[in-house]
Design a protein around this ligand. Structure first.
Ligand SMILES: [Fe+2]
Ligand SMILES: [Fe+2]
Length: 276
């Protein structure tokens, strides 16, 4: 049975009926809906390093989580006009490789999505509470429960941070986990989110002993210093690191949902090191 880009997109919108197909980041960035695909590359971002690696493996579709051409680069410049975006597009065109985004659907896709893949990747236990994330600037909550409070085996903050760092080391763009709080304090409940949907004071009040945050949203000014003033334990990682387990799961999920499809996860986002 041949599988088209349209079939793939329809499947995700069917399962994730909380996402409006007409009002979502989950669009075709390059390619035609009726294009038949066989081998799919998945990755957090459609950076040229991921695209080049997927194209070299013969992928005819790349599925990125974050927007391929989104974001403001400069006030007078459209993202598509930047040298890096043009390089991405050149690789897609030269290799006739289509590119789509699965962001809003995949964040909370049952079991395999970003939220539950991150929980599983960190080895978290029973899900005790779940809550939506509140967008501070937009005065609204997420439709789904992005935030979870999870039981973990009783351990110190230092032990928990060390096991998180050990797990995340598989990704080149992991540059360490930044820890705030008393390293010797005991952890029994950990709150995690979905990428930039990060757990905050509500999760502390529900019993979180540690909040796992991402730098892209946990600003030092508005989030980390105030939480530090409240003596909250925090572990902060890069946005991509927290979502890569989910894109790895997508590569596992696709052949199950679409027999005959091959899929592989790519994480060639630029490597980082913290020098202390
Ligand atoms: Fe996400
Ligand atoms: Fe994200």
């Amino acid at each position: 049975m041949s599988i088209s880009i349209k079939d793939i997109r329809e499947h995700f919108f069917e399962v994730c009926n909380w996402v409006d197909p007409a009002n979502t980041w989950d669009q075709i960035m390059f390619g035609r809906p009726e294009q038949v695909v066989h081998r799919i590359g998945t990755g957090w971002m459609a950076c040229w390093q991921n695209l080049e690696a997927a194209a070299a493996d013969g992928c005819d579709l790349f599925i990125a989580h974050e927007g391929t051409f989104s974001g403001l680069w400069a006030p007078t410049l459209r993202c598509e006009d930047t040298p890096w975006a043009q390089k991405r597009m050149r690789i897609l065109k030269e290799n006739s490789m289509a590119c789509i985004n699965l962001h809003d659907t995949w964040d909370n896709f049952p079991e395999y999505g970003i939220r539950d893949s991150w929980r599983k990747f960190l080895g978290l236990g029973e899900l005790v509470e779940e809550r939506p994330y509140f967008y501070p600037g937009e005065n609204r909550f997420t439709v789904r429960n992005s935030l979870t409070l999870n039981r973990v085996q009783r351990q110190t903050l230092e032990e928990f941070a060390a096991s998180l760092a050990k797990a995340c080391r598989v990704f080149r763009s992991f540059q360490g986990a930044t820890v705030y709080g008393d390293l010797g304090s005991l952890i029994e409940m950990a709150a995690v989110g979905v990428g930039c949907h990060i757990p905050l004071l509500e999760m502390v009040s529900l019993g979180a002993d540690v909040l796992v945050l991402t730098f892209d949203r946990a600003f030092q000014t508005t989030i980390r210093v105030p939480l530090g003033e409240m003596n909250a334990n925090m572990i902060v990682v890069e946005h991509g690191v927290a979502e890569m387990p989910g894109m790895q799961s997508l590569a596992e999920y696709l052949p199950k949902a679409f027999p005959g499809i091959e899929a592989r996860f790519y994480c060639h986002e630029p490597a980082a090191r913290t020098v202390v």
